[in-house]
Design a protein around this ligand. Structure first.
Ligand code: ADP
Length: 214
């Protein structure tokens, strides 16, 4: 299974990717997770990305393409991959098309997870994330809190609100999504591989994906 997961921040791309990883063996590739890992490690990539991320701005396309060119050619991608948060701009989508042609890989679908704005806003303000960069498990204070407050069920690290999940950064990320990323829906419609799913439950999204691929 080779999918792109499109959708606003908070649409559930990561949740859907995690479920499909377990059922299909495909790897989840989240540029957001990779970048947060780099920021936590304080490496070159992290230093370059940090300020953009805290503001809720996109990281420059050339940095992202360097990461993805290497990542998509790692052997674990042969079983399939779920791209979560990439591509995010038309230039990234164009560069991905060239890259996939070069390495002889065909995408199954670009899945557009379409969730109403009020649901998104509520989810993002109540989302909490494990701050261990190797874990990054996601919680929600209302619907899915950790068993022990503020502590990750999986690894015991602190569960925190992300720097870019302040009200200001959230509204900026949603604006950025509408300006820069939403146009990808038209791009993949033209490519003939766009699947739009109007669903707030991850089970409904998974069913729609399975029905469209099998
Ligand atoms: P969300 O989907 O909740 O917005 P992500 O974890 O996908 O969060 O991304 C967090 C931040 O990382 C983004 O706001 C942006 O700064 C950066 N980022 C992630 N993926 C990309 C990408 N493909 N292109 C540019 N910036 C990205």
């Amino acid at each position: 299974m080779k999918l792109i997961l499109l959708g606003a921040p908070g649409a559930g791309k990561g949740t859907v990717a995690k479920i499909l990883t377990k059922s299909t063996g495909a790897v989840q590739i989240s540029t957001g997770d990779i970048l947060r890992g780099a920021v936590a490690a304080g490496n070159e990539l992290g230093k370059k990305a940090q300020d953009f991320m805290t503001r809720g701005d996109l990281v420059p396309d050339d940095l992202i393409m360097d990461i993805m060119e290497a990542r998509l050619q790692e052997p674990d991608c042969e079983k399939g991959f779920l791209l979560d948060g990439f591509p995010r701009t038309i230039p990234q989508a164009g560069a991905l098309k060239v890259l996939l042609d070069k390495i002889g890989v065909t995408l199954d679908k670009a899945v557009n997870i379409d969730v109403p704005r009020d649901v998104i806003l509520d989810r993002l303000s109540t989302r909490r994330t494990c701050n261990n960069s190797d874990c990054q498990e996601i919680y929600n204070v209302k619907s899915n809190p950790p068993k022990e407050e503020g502590k990750c069920d999986k690894c015991g690290s602190p569960v925190v609100q992300r720097d870019d999940e302040t009200e200001e950064a959230i509204s900026h990320r949603l604006e950025t999504y509408n300006d820069k990323t939403a146009p990808l829906i038209g791009f993949y419609e033209k490519e003939g591989i766009c699947l739009t799913v109007n669903a707030t439950s991850s089970d409904d999204v998974i069913n729609a994906i399975n029905n469209s691929i099998n």
